[in-house]
Design a protein around this ligand. Structure first.
Ligand code: MN
Length: 326
């Protein structure tokens, strides 16, 4: 039996034997983060287990359709500590944010994730880097726990499969992902409203931000690199949130002839969040790691201190070095 297969069995056993779980995911949660967390919450409810989902930020509006999202507690309103916990889609403990402070001393923490850069920070780890999404891992756990991929469970888990594969388009779109999606549709899932809410729908703020951001798009390395700097001023002028900027990087990546697309978001003067995406050859998780970040082969991120111009230059230099090698 492979190491990962054993990790699945141990994780399922942990969920079956324990009770009263704290569920946590990463800050600035995306569809896979929330889908896997609320999906596991729905699975646990099916087998009669109690759990509490806690997160330090307000929930993104885009995912308000997810069953159970209205029962996510803020860290501040949670006045107790937990002995058993699960983190989902977090590559390291840092990514969990302040929710991790709700763990009792000596608490058991199951770390469920699919990032290659996961540092196995849990007391129990289920890290499957072959999974397209953390939701795919939770699908397997549901199977081991005898819970069908139907109803609320399916809505949550389909959302993460869909968003982490870019709507079944990216290189991580495996036959296993399509089989799971097919199984959910056979069991009654309606896929279109999920695609519409999770990906297609845009707010007016997002369209205004897009117009401003695209005006700043530049290319480098003879057209192999494209990047979009998003200034703190543009964010203030448009009233856009972090959530609103999440899709921008794809406009840089999708440009014809581009291998690496970058988005630089000035979170506040002096601090810049960098999103990196590649198409075929460049390992962007390696570049992100050089700046203290991480992620996947084709999608990664890091936060760099410095002015927007300076950070753009530093990261571009690193990317061009890597592109030149490929
Ligand atoms: Mn993920």
């Amino acid at each position: 039996m492979s190491g990962t297969a054993e990790e699945y069995l141990r994780a399922a056993q942990f969920l079956r034997e324990k009770d009263d779980f704290l569920l946590m995911t990463h800050i600035h949660p995306d569809g896979d983060a929330l889908g896997s967390t609320l999906g596991l919450a729905a699975v646990l409810a099916k087998i009669g287990k109690r759990c509490t989902v806690v997160h330090e930020e307000a929930m993104p509006r885009r995912f308000s359709f997810l069953p159970g999202i209205d029962r996510v507690h803020s860290v501040a309103e949670c006045d107790r500590r937990f002995r058993t916990a699960v983190s989902l889609d977090c590559a390291d403990r840092e990514r969990i944010g302040t929710a991790v402070e709700l763990l009792d001393e000596g608490a058991e923490l199951l770390n469920i994730d699919h990032h290659a850069t996961n540092d196995r920070f849990g007391s129990l780890n289920l890290v499957d880097v072959g999974a397209s999404a953390t939701c795919q891992i939770v699908c397997e756990l549901a199977r081991l726990l005898g819970v069908p991929l139907a109803g609320d469970v399916a809505v949550c888990l389909y959302t993460g499969l869909f968003t982490d594969t870019g709507g079944f388009r990216y290189g991580n779109t495996t036959s296993a992902v399509h089989r799971l999606a097919a199984e959910m549709i056979d069991l009654g899932l309606n896929p279109y409203p999920i695609a519409d809410r999770a990906v297609e729908m845009l707010t007016l703020t997002q369209v205004r931000l897009l117009a401003g951001a695209l005006a700043e798009l530049r290319t480098g390395a003879g057209g192999l690199v494209a990047y979009i700097p998003v200034s703190f001023r543009l964010l203030q002028e448009t009233g856009a949130s972090v959530e609103d900027t999440q899709e921008l990087v794809n406009y840089a990546r999708n440009l014809e002839g581009v291998e690496v697309g970058l988005m630089f978001r000035e979170e506040e003067p002096g601090r810049v969040k960098v999103s990196l995406r590649s198409k075929y050859t460049v390992d962007v998780s390696k570049i992100a790691a050089r700046f203290g970040g991480g992620g996947h082969l084709r999608a990664a991120g890091c936060t760099v201190e410095g002015s927007l111009d300076r950070v753009v230059q530093r990261v571009l230099d690193a990317v061009e070095e890597e592109v030149g090698r490929g």
